[in-house]
Write a protein that binds this ligand. Structure first.
Ligand SMILES: [Mn+2]
Length: 246
């Protein structure tokens, strides 16, 4: 079986504060193109598909009607991330066992963080947001908030923000019971091979599809052969024009 794993789209209402920055049709065409070329049997969305911390699901639906229709018309798997824990249609993880008995474990990966991984951390985060919403009528409070967010972005910029060793350590723990572990969450597309418990093990991260990027993983679950996909808006536009020219 060929799988395509995508994560961290953070689909928003396409206002100025979001990071999705995709045109619905462009994204659909990109996914469909890959499904076609690589004969993908299953598309798995590995968490943080929706930005439900900043926006309501209803507003996101209204802003992206074609994409929502596309999701509901297809037999896709949705895994829960820390930004879309409220997604009712999502599962906490997805596991595949191939004909050789090898196992692939896919989860978003936020359980490696203290703040995201426990209920207290999540409710603290929610409390902050509720307060912010209450204060959002005040322009100067919002101005200060955006300054803090910008500053924090500068200081804790990805990948510095995510100490990726932490996720590697978390993946190694999961690799005791699995042959392949695929996480998302760090927005850093990567792959590591190691021999562990006398077996070849692989940790992959599906990266992100925010800010016009398109990153993900294609894997043949029988041979465990995989490919990392990394495209920018520009390269995608070029490949569209090539496709159209033909
Ligand atoms: Mn996340």
């Amino acid at each position: 079986m060929n799988i395509l794993v995508l994560s961290d789209l953070h689909i928003d209402t396409c206002d100025n504060f979001g990071t999705f920055q995709w045109n619905e049709m462009d994204l659909i065409m990109q996914i469909e193109g890959i499904r076609d070329i690589h004969s993908i049997d299953k598309v798995i969305f590995n968490g943080d598909v929706f930005e439900l911390i900043k926006y309501s699901f209803e507003d996101i639906q209204k802003a992206n009607p074609i994409l929502m229709r596309y999701f509901s018309d297809n037999d896709f798997i949705f895994i829960r991330g820390n930004h879309d824990v409220l997604n009712e249609f999502a599962v906490n993880h997805y596991d595949i066992i191939n004909s050789l008995g090898q196992s692939i474990h896919i989860e978003h990966g936020h359980n490696a963080d203290w703040l995201n991984g426990n209920k207290l951390g999540r409710s603290l985060g929610k409390f902050g947001l509720t307060m912010l919403k209450k204060l959002s009528y005040s322009k100067w409070v919002m101005n200060i908030y955006f300054k803090i967010v910008a500053l924090e972005d500068e200081i804790n910029h990805i990948p510095k923000k995510y100490n990726t060793i932490k996720y590697l350590t978390y993946a190694l723990k999961l690799l005791k019971d699995h042959d392949v572990v695929i996480l998302g969450h760090t927005h850093k597309l990567e792959s590591h091979h190691t021999y562990y418990l006398n077996k070849k093990k692989r940790y992959l991260n599906s990266g992100a599809c925010t800010l016009g990027r398109f990153q993900g993983i294609i894997m043949d679950t029988e041979t465990m052969k995989y490919e990392l996909i990394k495209e920018s808006k520009e390269s995608i536009n070029n490949s569209y024009s090539i496709r159209y020219a033909i």
